[in-house]
Design a protein around this ligand. Structure first.
Ligand code: SF4
Length: 248
């Protein structure tokens, strides 16, 4: 057969992604992240050795869609639980997946894990609001973005300046890898997958804590259509440092 006419499979349904109907809102980034994480684990052959810890809020239901061992954590508890699981089960790939609201609830355990250089991967889906609190402003909500507690849009005079999550963690020595990515476009999603695979790889090589901030859409709490929400995230993404911010 002519080499040029061979059919090559370039895309498929990730084997560990369950066929259940997802309950995320249309256009929600948690659905995209579910698929991307599934693909990364499958492509790395880590289906049997991966354990996911899912933070409270909308992120929690990811456990229902990825067919690996997993735990749903109470508010703010994802990183602490991931740390315990990693300590108890050497050889496993352990990741915590949480929204930024849940991350701020559990900030002290995140800092503690980073200071100790725990060998876990923390993936934070930053959708500019605290879905866990019904769409309230989070410390990371950018200036101008409307939330239920900043209905006129965040402004510095009343709410203070937003926190840049990735940069906030940069000085913690045990966090060896920090990256910021996004899910607002197909190209951004591909980049996100490569960043997740890199962070997983570093965990397998014992390179300390890895942290990924993935910007994403929450059309429901942003009161935007899925396309408008993606455009908003593209705008925010364009104003921040992206890609690998720190690596070993
Ligand atoms: S409320 Fe937002 S974060 Fe939660 S499922 Fe809907 S779009 Fe996703």
């Amino acid at each position: 057969m002519d080499e040029k006419r061979k059919i090559e499979k370039v895309y498929g349904f990730p084997e560990i992604l369950t066929e259940k109907k997802a309950h995320f809102c249309p256009g929600c980034s948690h659905g995209i992240m579910t698929k991307v994480i599934s693909e990364a684990i499958g492509e790395m052959g880590l289906e049997d050795s991966s354990i996911g810890v899912y933070g409270a809020g909308c992120a929690a239901i990811m456990y229902d869609y990825i067919n690996i061992k997993g735990v749903a954590a109470p508010p703010g508890g994802a990183v602490g639980i991931a740390t315990g699981i990693k300590s108890a089960g050497k050889g496993s790939l352990v990741f915590a997946y949480q929204g930024e609201g849940d991350l701020f609830y559990g900030l002290s355990s995140l800092i503690g894990a980073g200071v100790r250089g725990e060998g876990i991967t923390i993936i934070c889906e930053n959708n500019l609001n605290m879905g866990i609190s019904g769409g309230a402003m989070s410390p990371a909500t950018p200036v101008g973005v409307m939330t239920t507690t900043s209905p006129q849009g965040r402004h510095i005079a009343s709410y203070g300046a937003p926190v840049s999550i990735a940069e906030m963690l940069k000085d913690i020595k045990g966090i060896k890898y920090i990256a910021r990515c996004s899910t607002h476009s197909p190209g951004a999603v591909r980049k996100t997958k490569s960043i997740i695979k890199k962070a997983f790889e570093l965990q397998l090589y014992g390179e300390g804590t890895a942290f990924i901030e993935a910007l994403g859409m929450c059309p429901t709490n942003m009161h935007l259509t899925p396309v408008e929400a993606a455009l908003k995230i593209r705008e925010v993404y364009g104003e921040l440092q992206t890609g690998e911010i720190k690596h070993p």
